[in-house]
Design a protein around this ligand. Structure first.
Ligand code: GAL
Length: 346
Protein backbone atom coordinates (compact mmCIF):
# COMPACT_ATOMS: atom_id res chain seq x y z
CA UNK A 1 0.00 0.00 0.00
CA UNK A 2 1.16 3.51 -0.80
CA UNK A 3 0.39 6.33 1.62
CA UNK A 4 0.64 10.08 1.20
CA UNK A 5 -0.61 13.21 2.90
CA UNK A 6 -3.82 14.33 1.20
CA UNK A 7 -4.27 17.64 3.02
CA UNK A 8 -4.68 19.30 6.39
CA UNK A 9 -7.76 20.52 8.26
CA UNK A 10 -8.10 24.08 9.62
CA UNK A 11 -7.10 22.77 13.07
CA UNK A 12 -3.98 21.03 11.75
CA UNK A 13 -5.08 17.41 11.38
CA UNK A 14 -3.51 15.60 8.43
CA UNK A 15 -5.64 13.48 6.14
CA UNK A 16 -4.08 10.65 4.15
CA UNK A 17 -4.56 9.01 0.81
CA UNK A 18 -3.96 5.27 0.62
CA UNK A 19 -3.50 3.43 -2.67
CA UNK A 20 -3.84 -0.30 -3.26
CA UNK A 21 -3.73 -2.28 -6.49
CA UNK A 22 -3.42 -5.60 -8.29
CA UNK A 23 -1.26 -6.81 -11.19
CA UNK A 24 -3.91 -6.05 -13.79
CA UNK A 25 -3.86 -2.28 -13.61
CA UNK A 26 -6.72 -1.85 -11.14
CA UNK A 27 -5.69 0.80 -8.62
CA UNK A 28 -7.92 2.21 -5.88
CA UNK A 29 -7.22 5.24 -3.69
CA UNK A 30 -9.10 5.89 -0.47
CA UNK A 31 -8.82 8.76 2.00
CA UNK A 32 -9.26 8.32 5.73
CA UNK A 33 -11.71 11.26 5.69
CA UNK A 34 -15.09 9.59 5.35
CA UNK A 35 -13.36 6.35 4.29
CA UNK A 36 -13.99 7.82 0.84
CA UNK A 37 -12.96 6.28 -2.47
CA UNK A 38 -11.05 9.01 -4.32
CA UNK A 39 -10.18 7.11 -7.49
CA UNK A 40 -10.65 3.75 -9.18
CA UNK A 41 -8.31 3.34 -12.12
CA UNK A 42 -9.21 0.59 -14.58
CA UNK A 43 -7.69 -0.31 -17.97
CA UNK A 44 -10.09 0.38 -20.81
CA UNK A 45 -10.42 -1.63 -24.03
CA UNK A 46 -7.22 0.02 -25.35
CA UNK A 47 -5.36 -0.64 -22.09
CA UNK A 48 -5.60 3.05 -21.22
CA UNK A 49 -5.77 3.71 -17.46
CA UNK A 50 -9.18 5.29 -16.84
CA UNK A 51 -10.40 6.78 -13.57
CA UNK A 52 -14.04 5.72 -13.31
CA UNK A 53 -15.18 7.74 -10.26
CA UNK A 54 -15.79 11.44 -9.68
CA UNK A 55 -13.78 13.03 -6.89
CA UNK A 56 -11.49 15.80 -5.77
CA UNK A 57 -7.71 16.27 -5.69
CA UNK A 58 -7.33 17.29 -2.04
CA UNK A 59 -8.68 16.79 1.45
CA UNK A 60 -9.68 20.46 1.59
CA UNK A 61 -12.12 19.94 -1.29
CA UNK A 62 -13.62 16.85 0.39
CA UNK A 63 -14.11 18.89 3.57
CA UNK A 64 -16.17 21.40 1.55
CA UNK A 65 -17.88 18.79 -0.64
CA UNK A 66 -21.60 18.18 -0.33
CA UNK A 67 -22.20 15.21 -2.59
CA UNK A 68 -20.71 12.26 -0.72
CA UNK A 69 -18.24 11.57 -3.57
CA UNK A 70 -17.07 8.01 -2.88
CA UNK A 71 -17.93 8.27 0.81
CA UNK A 72 -18.69 5.47 3.20
CA UNK A 73 -22.17 6.30 4.52
CA UNK A 74 -23.73 5.29 7.85
CA UNK A 75 -24.68 4.27 10.50
CA UNK A 76 -27.72 4.46 8.27
CA UNK A 77 -27.50 5.33 4.62
CA UNK A 78 -30.47 6.88 2.79
CA UNK A 79 -33.52 8.39 4.46
CA UNK A 80 -35.37 7.99 7.76
CA UNK A 81 -38.80 9.60 7.74
CA UNK A 82 -39.38 12.42 10.22
CA UNK A 83 -35.72 12.04 11.27
CA UNK A 84 -36.85 9.72 14.07
CA UNK A 85 -37.54 6.10 14.87
CA UNK A 86 -38.74 4.08 17.83
CA UNK A 87 -37.21 0.94 19.20
CA UNK A 88 -38.28 -0.98 22.31
CA UNK A 89 -40.51 1.87 23.44
CA UNK A 90 -37.93 4.61 23.11
CA UNK A 91 -37.86 7.28 20.41
CA UNK A 92 -34.54 8.27 18.87
CA UNK A 93 -34.30 11.70 17.31
CA UNK A 94 -31.89 12.19 14.43
CA UNK A 95 -30.74 15.31 12.62
CA UNK A 96 -33.31 16.70 10.20
CA UNK A 97 -31.05 17.47 7.24
CA UNK A 98 -33.35 16.66 4.31
CA UNK A 99 -36.81 18.27 4.21
CA UNK A 100 -37.88 16.98 7.61
CA UNK A 101 -36.15 13.62 7.14
CA UNK A 102 -32.71 12.30 7.99
CA UNK A 103 -30.42 11.64 5.03
CA UNK A 104 -27.26 9.53 5.31
CA UNK A 105 -27.21 9.97 9.13
CA UNK A 106 -26.63 13.74 9.10
CA UNK A 107 -23.58 15.90 9.65
CA UNK A 108 -22.00 13.54 12.22
CA UNK A 109 -22.36 10.59 9.88
CA UNK A 110 -19.31 8.47 9.17
CA UNK A 111 -18.83 10.25 5.82
CA UNK A 112 -17.64 13.37 7.70
CA UNK A 113 -15.28 11.72 10.17
CA UNK A 114 -11.65 10.67 10.13
CA UNK A 115 -11.17 6.92 10.28
CA UNK A 116 -8.05 5.18 11.63
CA UNK A 117 -5.97 2.81 9.57
CA UNK A 118 -6.21 -0.60 11.20
CA UNK A 119 -4.47 -2.89 8.72
CA UNK A 120 -3.09 -2.88 5.20
CA UNK A 121 -1.34 -4.99 2.56
CA UNK A 122 -0.43 -4.18 -1.06
CA UNK A 123 -3.97 -4.92 -2.15
CA UNK A 124 -6.14 -4.19 0.88
CA UNK A 125 -6.76 -1.76 3.69
CA UNK A 126 -9.05 -1.63 6.69
CA UNK A 127 -10.23 1.58 8.32
CA UNK A 128 -11.94 1.71 11.71
CA UNK A 129 -14.04 4.23 13.59
CA UNK A 130 -15.64 4.44 17.01
CA UNK A 131 -19.04 6.08 17.05
CA UNK A 132 -20.40 6.87 20.51
CA UNK A 133 -23.85 6.27 21.93
CA UNK A 134 -26.23 8.92 20.48
CA UNK A 135 -23.37 10.73 18.69
CA UNK A 136 -25.44 10.60 15.51
CA UNK A 137 -28.66 9.93 17.43
CA UNK A 138 -28.42 6.13 17.21
CA UNK A 139 -28.20 4.04 20.38
CA UNK A 140 -25.06 2.23 21.50
CA UNK A 141 -21.32 2.70 21.38
CA UNK A 142 -20.30 1.24 18.04
CA UNK A 143 -17.08 -0.06 16.54
CA UNK A 144 -17.22 0.18 12.77
CA UNK A 145 -14.78 -1.16 10.17
CA UNK A 146 -14.63 -0.96 6.43
CA UNK A 147 -12.16 -2.91 4.29
CA UNK A 148 -11.28 -2.30 0.66
CA UNK A 149 -9.64 -5.20 -1.18
CA UNK A 150 -8.50 -5.28 -4.79
CA UNK A 151 -8.51 -8.84 -6.14
CA UNK A 152 -6.70 -10.54 -9.02
CA UNK A 153 -10.02 -11.05 -10.80
CA UNK A 154 -10.20 -7.26 -11.08
CA UNK A 155 -12.73 -6.54 -8.39
CA UNK A 156 -12.92 -4.02 -5.58
CA UNK A 157 -14.45 -5.80 -2.58
CA UNK A 158 -15.89 -3.61 0.18
CA UNK A 159 -16.58 -5.27 3.53
CA UNK A 160 -18.40 -3.58 6.38
CA UNK A 161 -18.30 -4.87 9.94
CA UNK A 162 -19.91 -3.21 12.95
CA UNK A 163 -20.83 -4.07 16.51
CA UNK A 164 -22.47 -2.03 19.28
CA UNK A 165 -23.13 -2.47 22.98
CA UNK A 166 -26.86 -1.77 22.45
CA UNK A 167 -29.45 -2.76 19.91
CA UNK A 168 -29.03 -0.30 17.04
CA UNK A 169 -29.31 0.41 13.32
CA UNK A 170 -26.51 -0.56 10.93
CA UNK A 171 -26.91 0.05 7.21
CA UNK A 172 -23.75 1.08 5.41
CA UNK A 173 -23.11 1.88 1.77
CA UNK A 174 -20.53 3.49 -0.48
CA UNK A 175 -21.50 6.55 -2.46
CA UNK A 176 -19.12 6.33 -5.44
CA UNK A 177 -20.22 8.34 -8.48
CA UNK A 178 -19.26 6.22 -11.47
CA UNK A 179 -18.58 7.17 -15.04
CA UNK A 180 -17.11 4.14 -16.79
CA UNK A 181 -16.01 6.27 -19.74
CA UNK A 182 -13.82 8.23 -17.34
CA UNK A 183 -14.64 10.91 -14.78
CA UNK A 184 -15.09 14.27 -16.41
CA UNK A 185 -15.96 12.75 -19.81
CA UNK A 186 -19.48 14.19 -19.83
CA UNK A 187 -22.87 12.62 -19.36
CA UNK A 188 -23.11 9.09 -18.01
CA UNK A 189 -26.70 8.67 -19.12
CA UNK A 190 -25.70 6.65 -22.19
CA UNK A 191 -24.30 3.83 -20.05
CA UNK A 192 -26.20 0.59 -20.53
CA UNK A 193 -27.55 -0.61 -17.19
CA UNK A 194 -29.21 -3.84 -16.26
CA UNK A 195 -30.63 -4.33 -12.79
CA UNK A 196 -31.67 -7.68 -11.44
CA UNK A 197 -34.83 -6.21 -9.96
CA UNK A 198 -38.49 -6.92 -10.77
CA UNK A 199 -39.67 -4.47 -8.10
CA UNK A 200 -38.76 -1.06 -6.74
CA UNK A 201 -39.96 1.01 -3.78
CA UNK A 202 -42.00 4.00 -5.05
CA UNK A 203 -42.09 7.26 -3.08
CA UNK A 204 -44.99 8.95 -1.35
CA UNK A 205 -43.96 12.21 -3.01
CA UNK A 206 -41.18 14.77 -2.77
CA UNK A 207 -38.78 13.84 0.01
CA UNK A 208 -37.93 10.34 -1.18
CA UNK A 209 -39.73 8.28 1.48
CA UNK A 210 -41.13 4.98 0.16
CA UNK A 211 -44.84 4.21 0.44
CA UNK A 212 -43.95 0.73 1.72
CA UNK A 213 -45.21 -0.93 -1.45
CA UNK A 214 -43.01 -3.13 -3.64
CA UNK A 215 -44.13 -2.05 -7.10
CA UNK A 216 -43.51 -4.03 -10.26
CA UNK A 217 -41.06 -2.45 -12.69
CA UNK A 218 -42.77 -4.10 -15.68
CA UNK A 219 -44.15 -1.47 -18.05
CA UNK A 220 -42.51 1.43 -16.17
CA UNK A 221 -39.39 3.59 -16.52
CA UNK A 222 -37.93 1.47 -13.71
CA UNK A 223 -37.63 -1.64 -15.87
CA UNK A 224 -33.89 -2.27 -16.29
CA UNK A 225 -34.20 -6.05 -16.43
CA UNK A 226 -32.81 -5.89 -19.97
CA UNK A 227 -29.88 -3.51 -20.64
CA UNK A 228 -31.13 0.03 -21.20
CA UNK A 229 -29.40 3.42 -21.37
CA UNK A 230 -29.74 4.94 -17.90
CA UNK A 231 -31.09 8.19 -19.34
CA UNK A 232 -33.45 6.70 -21.92
CA UNK A 233 -36.68 7.36 -20.02
CA UNK A 234 -35.65 10.43 -18.02
CA UNK A 235 -37.77 12.65 -20.25
CA UNK A 236 -40.80 10.36 -20.19
CA UNK A 237 -42.72 12.57 -17.74
CA UNK A 238 -42.91 9.85 -15.11
CA UNK A 239 -44.39 11.13 -11.83
CA UNK A 240 -41.92 9.20 -9.63
CA UNK A 241 -38.93 10.62 -11.52
CA UNK A 242 -40.49 14.08 -11.16
CA UNK A 243 -40.39 13.78 -7.35
CA UNK A 244 -36.59 13.52 -7.38
CA UNK A 245 -35.54 15.11 -10.68
CA UNK A 246 -34.37 11.77 -12.08
CA UNK A 247 -33.62 8.33 -10.71
CA UNK A 248 -33.06 8.36 -6.96
CA UNK A 249 -34.92 5.15 -6.20
CA UNK A 250 -34.34 1.89 -4.41
CA UNK A 251 -34.66 -1.34 -6.37
CA UNK A 252 -35.53 -4.66 -4.74
CA UNK A 253 -32.83 -7.09 -5.83
CA UNK A 254 -34.29 -10.40 -7.03
CA UNK A 255 -32.24 -12.38 -4.55
CA UNK A 256 -32.29 -16.14 -4.30
CA UNK A 257 -30.30 -16.30 -1.04
CA UNK A 258 -28.90 -14.16 1.77
CA UNK A 259 -25.44 -14.33 0.19
CA UNK A 260 -23.62 -12.11 -2.28
CA UNK A 261 -25.36 -12.10 -5.66
CA UNK A 262 -25.20 -10.02 -8.82
CA UNK A 263 -27.43 -6.96 -8.60
CA UNK A 264 -26.39 -4.78 -11.55
CA UNK A 265 -24.24 -4.71 -14.67
CA UNK A 266 -23.25 -1.41 -16.31
CA UNK A 267 -21.39 -0.86 -19.57
CA UNK A 268 -19.58 2.27 -20.72
CA UNK A 269 -19.72 2.11 -24.50
CA UNK A 270 -16.89 4.58 -25.14
CA UNK A 271 -14.32 2.85 -22.90
CA UNK A 272 -15.60 -0.68 -23.22
CA UNK A 273 -15.42 -0.98 -19.43
CA UNK A 274 -18.10 -3.12 -17.82
CA UNK A 275 -18.83 -3.12 -14.11
CA UNK A 276 -20.72 -5.84 -12.28
CA UNK A 277 -22.11 -4.99 -8.84
CA UNK A 278 -22.73 -7.86 -6.42
CA UNK A 279 -23.96 -7.62 -2.86
CA UNK A 280 -25.62 -9.40 0.03
CA UNK A 281 -27.89 -6.38 0.61
CA UNK A 282 -31.59 -6.56 -0.27
CA UNK A 283 -31.68 -3.21 -2.09
CA UNK A 284 -29.76 -0.98 -4.46
CA UNK A 285 -30.32 2.74 -5.02
CA UNK A 286 -29.95 4.05 -8.54
CA UNK A 287 -29.09 7.75 -8.34
CA UNK A 288 -28.64 9.53 -11.66
CA UNK A 289 -26.55 12.31 -10.02
CA UNK A 290 -29.44 14.76 -10.26
CA UNK A 291 -27.52 17.70 -8.85
CA UNK A 292 -27.88 21.08 -10.49
CA UNK A 293 -25.02 23.35 -11.49
CA UNK A 294 -21.48 22.10 -11.77
CA UNK A 295 -18.67 21.10 -9.44
CA UNK A 296 -14.95 21.40 -10.11
CA UNK A 297 -13.43 17.98 -9.63
CA UNK A 298 -10.14 16.18 -10.20
CA UNK A 299 -7.69 17.97 -12.48
CA UNK A 300 -10.00 20.99 -12.62
CA UNK A 301 -12.61 19.09 -14.64
CA UNK A 302 -16.17 20.37 -14.46
CA UNK A 303 -18.76 17.82 -13.37
CA UNK A 304 -22.40 18.45 -14.21
CA UNK A 305 -25.52 16.69 -13.01
CA UNK A 306 -25.97 13.33 -14.80
CA UNK A 307 -22.22 13.03 -15.48
CA UNK A 308 -22.22 9.97 -13.21
CA UNK A 309 -24.47 7.37 -11.64
CA UNK A 310 -24.45 5.82 -8.18
CA UNK A 311 -25.44 2.27 -7.34
CA UNK A 312 -25.70 2.24 -3.55
CA UNK A 313 -26.28 -1.16 -2.00
CA UNK A 314 -28.44 -0.95 1.12
CA UNK A 315 -31.41 -1.87 3.25
CA UNK A 316 -34.43 -0.08 1.80
CA UNK A 317 -34.90 3.62 2.60
CA UNK A 318 -36.75 4.20 5.89
CA UNK A 319 -36.58 0.45 6.62
CA UNK A 320 -36.32 1.10 10.37
CA UNK A 321 -39.83 2.62 10.31
CA UNK A 322 -41.37 0.28 7.73
CA UNK A 323 -42.32 -3.11 9.19
CA UNK A 324 -42.76 -4.61 5.70
CA UNK A 325 -39.09 -4.01 4.81
CA UNK A 326 -36.12 -6.17 5.87
CA UNK A 327 -34.88 -4.73 9.16
CA UNK A 328 -31.58 -2.86 9.52
CA UNK A 329 -31.63 -3.44 13.30
CA UNK A 330 -28.69 -5.29 14.85
CA UNK A 331 -28.84 -6.68 18.42
CA UNK A 332 -26.39 -5.65 21.16
CA UNK A 333 -23.15 -7.58 20.65
CA UNK A 334 -24.29 -9.01 17.33
CA UNK A 335 -21.86 -8.51 14.46
CA UNK A 336 -23.20 -6.76 11.38
CA UNK A 337 -21.39 -7.75 8.21
CA UNK A 338 -22.07 -6.76 4.67
CA UNK A 339 -20.19 -7.09 1.39
CA UNK A 340 -20.43 -5.30 -1.94
CA UNK A 341 -18.23 -6.08 -4.93
CA UNK A 342 -17.56 -3.84 -7.92
CA UNK A 343 -15.91 -6.00 -10.58
CA UNK A 344 -14.45 -4.60 -13.79
CA UNK A 345 -13.87 -6.20 -17.15
CA UNK A 346 -13.87 -5.21 -20.79
C1 GAL B 1 -28.23 9.95 -2.57
C2 GAL B 1 -29.58 10.47 -2.23
C3 GAL B 1 -29.77 11.69 -3.09
C4 GAL B 1 -28.71 12.73 -2.79
C5 GAL B 1 -27.33 12.09 -2.78
C6 GAL B 1 -26.26 12.96 -2.18
O1 GAL B 1 -27.99 8.72 -1.95
O2 GAL B 1 -30.57 9.49 -2.45
O3 GAL B 1 -31.06 12.21 -2.92
O4 GAL B 1 -28.97 13.33 -1.56
O5 GAL B 1 -27.32 10.91 -2.07
O6 GAL B 1 -26.08 14.13 -2.89
Amino acid sequence: MKKKVFGTTADGRKGYLFTIGNNRGLEVSVTDYGASIVSIIVLDRNEKPTDVVLGYDSLEEYLRGDSYFGATVGRNCNRIEGAAFSMDGRTYKLEDNNFGNNLHSGSHGVSFRFWNLKACTDNSLTLELEDKDLEQGFPGNAKIEVSFTVTEDNALVIDYRAVADQKTVFNFTNHAYFNLNGEGSGTAMGHLLSLRASHYTPFKGFGGIPTGELAEVAGTVFDFREPKAIGKDLGAGDEQLGFTGGYDHNFVIDKASDGVETAAVVYGQESGIRMTVSTDCPGIQLYSANFSGSKTGKGGKEYHGRDAFCLETQYFPNAVNEPGFATPVTEAGEIYRSRTIYKFDK
